[in-house]
Design a binder for this molecule. Structure first.
Ligand SMILES: [Zn+2]
Ligand SMILES: [Zn+2]
Length: 210
């Protein structure tokens, strides 16, 4: 089965997700928010092998654990990012704007694109480009399991902020309509912050989408 372990980490309570095919023991980390050594230890405890780090976007609170994972996992898993967020990644994910410094870890070696297909063991994820919160924001959609890791695009009853560099409210709403609301209502939304929701729930109750 596909098992998802959420871990709330870092100074702004970001959801990092350890996602594994329990059959093969292969796992990826979606948004290694902070404390990478703890994420690596959790995988080790479950006898899972981390084979990839997937970034929904390059904000510091979603990437700061990548360095700790790469130090504690052999071989260090490749990092996947959409190229439009590379400048943000190179700027420490904007951490200096918040008076912080982070080590973003090893440079991304997998360049994500709309429609690209990624694997965790036998599970397939579709990359959907959803800019607006950041230019290179993507979501990872697993149709078979009816779930989408949506980062800071949409939250329970809220949407991502668009006041940071590269943000656009109009673009974000367009992304939500074309990349999220086109998914089946029963699709679970696993966001970068806060509790889980679903496409149907946000379609009905999200005040930004009415
Ligand atoms: Zn963000
Ligand atoms: Zn965030």
């Amino acid at each position: 089965m596909l098992e998802v372990i959420p871990m709330i980490l870092g100074p702004v309570e970001t959801n990092a997700y350890l996602v594994a095919d329990t059959q093969s023991g292969e796992a990826v980390v979606i948004d290694p928010a902070w404390d990478g050594q703890d994420i690596a230890a959790e995988a080790r405890r479950r006898l899972w092998r981390i084979t990839g780090i997937w970034l929904t976007h390059a904000h510091f609170d979603h990437i700061a654990g990548a360095a700790g994972i790469s130090r504690n996992v052999q071989p260090p898993p490749p990092v996947a990012l959409h190229p439009a967020d590379l400048p943000l990644w190179e700027a420490q994910g904007g951490a200096p704007l918040f008076g912080m410094r982070i080590d973003p870890g090893p440079p991304p070696s997998i360049s994500l694109a709309q429609g690209q297909v990624l694997q965790v063991g036998s599970y397939t994820f579709e990359v959907r480009h959803a800019p607006g919160h950041t230019p290179g924001h993507v979501v990872f959609y697993c149709a078979a399991e009816r779930l989408v890791f949506c980062g800071d695009v949409i939250f329970m009853s809220s949407i991502g902020r668009t006041d940071l560099p590269g943000g656009s409210y109009k673009t974000l709403l367009h992304s939500i309509r074309t990349q999220i609301l086109t998914l089946p209502d029963t699709t679970r939304l696993l966001s970068g912050h806060g509790p889980e929701s679903s496409v149907g729930q946000e379609r009905q109750e999200n005040p930004f989408l009415s």
